[in-house]
Design a protein around this ligand. Sequence first.
Ligand code: FA5
Length: 335
Amino acid sequence: MKGELEKLEQEAMAALRGVRDAQELRRIRAQYVGRKGAVTRLLRKISTLPAAERPQAGKLANDVKIRLETVFKSALKRIEQERERPQAGLDVTLPGRPFERGTFHPITLTLEAISDIFLRLGFAIAEGPDVELDYYNFEALNIPRHHPARDMHDTFYISDNVVLRTHTSPIQIRVMEKQSPPVRIIAPGKVYRVDYDISHTPMFHQVEGLMVDRQISFGDLKGILTTLMHQLFDEKTRLRFRPSFFPFTEPSAEVDIECVMCRGKGCRVCAHTGWLEIVGAGMVHPAVFEMVGYDTDRYTGFAFGLGIERIAMLKYGIDDIRRFYENDIRFLRQF
Ligand code: FA5
């Protein structure tokens, strides 16, 4: 046993001499004094020796173990100190590397500009989840299963009753479930549809608006949206309200803004029509109020959903919606 122990100690010391990194050191330590190490194995064997030899062998093996542990510890310290020492050739007088400052994304800037205007008009900001229950995205908005209006939304389904929200309108329901009138909120957020071309992307942004109180009229809706566009663009910007259909509003309208790129003459951005559809809107349908338990005799309200990418295209003169999401630094740096 004595001979074996001496041999192991010499071997371990020799292995340690050349060690340069901590990982290698730990491996050698495990090989000799770890739980399954060679010295530890010998220590365990002591119980099989004749009783008279045990005390001496035990002391010998323990001493070897303690000596090795001490050397391991100081080797580890040496390695760590070496690592912290500055490397030869490091010139501390060199100037630092400059790092680039980012800019806000044009969609973020547009969302902020719109939110600021609504905050000044006394609206609060509400939020809801991107991954939404079918109930909030459709059912509670008066769009039952198999209703043809579901075809208007090319939906990404997560499961049978969970979707990526196709619009920000489910936030209307979530707010009204929690709060009784009066309500005056906007809800900015990402929405998702299976759609991709010059004026459609699979992920885009909307700002939902909802105002509920006594005697809210279509005139209030027109006033708010016109004020918004005049403040975002200028006082000359014209809006056009066209009759439309949404199951959750009655009457419903689609609101176009005169193309500020060509001032209505017709260009690539407005598909040569002079107008760009940017908002779906209307008076909240009584069926929706009933879903959330609002008294339809006392309250009326309007709601709208603004398409933010379309507004940003007009604001910054961008003719292809896909530019926003190509991550081209040359494009993004301009804002
Ligand atoms: C809606 O999403 C309704 N939730 C709007 C609404 C809210 C109506 C409240 C009534 C009351 P629509 O599908 O039309 O409606 O979308 C609204 C706006 O989002 C459109 O006017 C358009 O500007 C924008 N939009 C729609 N699809 C895309 C797309 N794939 N990419 C970019 N913008 C889009």
